[in-house]
Design a protein around this ligand. Sequence first.
Ligand code: ADP
Ligand code: MG
Length: 570
Amino acid sequence: MKETLGFQTEVSQLLQLMIHSLYSNREIFLRELVSNASDACDKLRFEAIDQPGLFEGDAELGIRIEVDQAARTITISDNGIGMSRDEVIANLGTIARSGTREFFSKLSGDQARDAQLIGQFGVGFYSSFIVADRVTVLTRRAGAPAAEGVRWESEGTGEFTVEQLERPARGTEVILHLRPAAEGEDAASADDLLSAWRLKSIVRRYSDHISLPILMRKEQWNQEKGEQETLDEWETVNQASALWARPKSEITEEQYAAFYQHIAHDGGEPLAYTHNRVEGRSEYTQLLFVPSKAPFDLYDRQHRHGIKLYVRRVFIMDDAEQLLPSYLRFVRGVVDSADLPLNVSREILQESRDVKAIREGCTRRVLGMLEDLAENQADKYATFWKEFGQVLKEGLGEDMGNAERISKLLRFASSASDDDAQSVSLADYAARMKEGQAAIYYVTGDTPAAARNSPHLEVFRKKGVEVLLLTDRVDEWMLSFLHEFDGKPLVSVARGGLDLGALEDEAEKEEAARVADEFKDLVERVRGALGDRVKEVRITSRLTDSPACLVSDEGDISGHLERMLRQAGH
Ligand code: ADP
Ligand code: MG
């Protein structure tokens, strides 16, 4: 029985957008479909650890690509996990990924910008419709009876059909019926995808790192007919070995980038990566990337952790959150352990000493990679900081052992520059400290402009002392962990008993004492008028333009934090 179902509204919108804005980059459909086929084989291999029967006697996993010039179709098939009817409807009818709503809210209608956004979002299965005006999917889940095969078909407009079919072969076959040349487009260029030679070159460009063999039919020049003929034999088109297991010297930057795009589901380039084989008590290979853009779900509770765990080349799980602390959740990559058992579960991961060693090792590597960027590639570090700096700050509370390394990676806006960009490190600040200055001064506020205009800054401006402007939401929280840097305490300019120490000369101190005496009566009157609403009223020399300001007492929460808490309903 054939059933017609409607796409989730977002899918229809996404399809429209994708077909129009990504056509010029249309060969990416192949990368997406090959990537799905590879994921499906990984999933099967993992489920088969406990249920070897799922292999149905065929454990040689692979991906096949075939072209039919007469029918104008390209078929991508795999013998992976396959899908049940319900899975087909859920996976190929909706977009399940979190962040979809944010994605749609960010669309601007500007093609170039939106295309970039889609790239970042990862286009997935629906990219088939960039090149095809009809897509047929035949699939059967591993372990299910042949009678439970499913046929899905859609023209990529509003709806799709599903029907049951007899399907002896396990796994999934995606058949793309290519669009005819658009009006005004020359047929040869529209049909270039029907050339096996062209497809092979696309596979090598985007999917070479896939660890399974990608097979295509061999071709041979037929002298008599004067044309290329397709043979019955298959050949492996890609390198088909796990990229992370190859020696670094044999991997090009393009291959690293393509691999990143595959595992991170991200169309963009990685900002940096680190690739190492670790030997010793725990033996593993790590290939870790820092993306150049923050994903939409970075602050979601359900965010993906982005590290794939392999054990001796066998895929074990996605999102292995045990392998990196939460403040490094933006890192994407692969860890391949030589020691863990194949049937390792999330529960075991939590307890394992090997995992603890891996986690510490990965953390060190990532921090090292960031330090290297900060030192040698300032532009890239600035990008990193803009995208992920706020998350990194969480590390001060979460990872005390590395707090010092993390504090060196922090960047702040500062009163020393008119620019609001966060670019000053604590070490930069310390190097510029005035003679006699004993502390690192900061002011908190909602925005850099508000922080700059704080009356508390007046005396610092007068004395030419730099003040860091802390305006991110996490900053107050961060300050409860960041008390000092390199032996110098961090001090809020809004503290009551602010002691500028040696920055004040003798004459100023005497003057302050004289003024305090002169205005004793005034202070008494103000104290009487304000009553219980303040703890204390004091004469100050810290203001140059404003008549008065509020300060908080040593040990009390800051005014800024108090306002934030009040806003949050505390
Ligand atoms: P993503 O791969 O990022 O999850 P896709 O749009 O590429 O998003 O695919 C959506 C889902 O459809 C996949 O998560 C998977 O569950 C399912 N799927 C796609 N292709 C296959 C396939 N060849 N075999 C099994 N499942 C597949
Ligand atoms: Mg995919």
